[in-house]
Design a protein around this ligand. Structure first.
Ligand code: T5A
Length: 215
């Protein structure tokens, strides 16, 4: 029975996850590996509909509704896309997953971490990443990158980009706490470096895992 690999990229706004997920996907495809690059919220048709409500600052959302929406997105993503792809032997790279709920809804919004762990287990059907890379940057660096992007686009900041600096500081701390608690699964990458240096570090960690798993 073929088994692939499940890799997640996590981090604060503008840490470079989307950019690095694409670069890693391309690098692995060049090695003739089968790769799926996906993201949360989103990644399925239902997920994209959820995402549009979830991120729109013009839609009023209580924090409990926000939490339940992102969990609904994950429940669909795992069952429709992530688990079948890994079972088929693909390397799945997800731009955000369960640790974002711990960091944003737990450390950011203040939900109880034990409750979130239970809800994450339900939503993810207990599917854990083989490897999680936390792209760590100072909050200001990340927000500066997203602001530069917003300037050149027609859209304004989304629900989270518009949050206070303290919120993002708690979120960054949350990711680092997750990494401290689970050092075998979670590796912290210094994402304040130039793009190519970050990509090289990520590829080295992933290649070493692939080698260990004999994939
Ligand atoms: N959320 C999500 C929750 O609250 N709970 C959850 O459980 C989940 C799953 C998702 C939002 O949802 C929240 C968290 C998020 O706020 P999103 O639009 O998917 O919203 O937002 P992000 O995941 O934060 O994506 P961003 O696009 O904002 O950030 P990325 O993906 O980290 O950064 P990226 O790659 O788009 O890069 C941003 C800019 O920086 C440049 C890029 O070219 C780009 O312009 N850049 C660099 N510049 C210099 N040096 C580098 N090393 C660079 N790397 C990238």
């Amino acid at each position: 029975m073929p088994t692939g690999l499940f890799i997640t990229l996590e981090g604060v706004e503008g840490s470079g996850k989307t950019t690095q997920a694409a670069i890693l996907g391309d690098a692995l495809r060049r090695e003739n590996r089968r790769v799926v690059v996906t993201h949360e919220p989103g990644g399925t048709r239902a997920g994209e509909a959820i995402r549009s409500i979830f991120l729109d600052p013009a839609v009023s959302l209580d924090v409990a509704a926000e939490l339940l929406l992102v969990l609904a997105d994950r429940a669909q993503h795992v069952r429709e896309k992530l688990r079948p792809a890994v079972a088929a032997g693909e390397i799945v790279i997800s731009d955000r997953y369960s640790d974002s709920t711990i960091a944003y809804q737990g450390y950011g919004r203040g939900f109880d971490l034990k409750l979130l762990a239970d809800l994450n287990r339900l939503a993810s059907d207990s599917m854990q990443p083989d490897l999680t890379l936390v792209l760590d940057v100072p909050v200001e660096t990340g927000l500066e990158r997203t602001r530069a992007r917003v300037k050149g686009a027609i859209r304004g900041p989304d629900r989270f980009e518009g949050e206070a600096h303290e919120f993002h500081t708690r979120v960054r701390h949350g990711f680092l706490e997750v990494a401290r608690a689970e050092p075998d699964r979670v590796k912290v990458i210094n994402a304040a470096q130039p793009l190519e240096a970050v990509s090289a570090e990520i590829l080295a960690v992933v290649s070493s895992l692939i080698k260990r798993r004999c994939l």
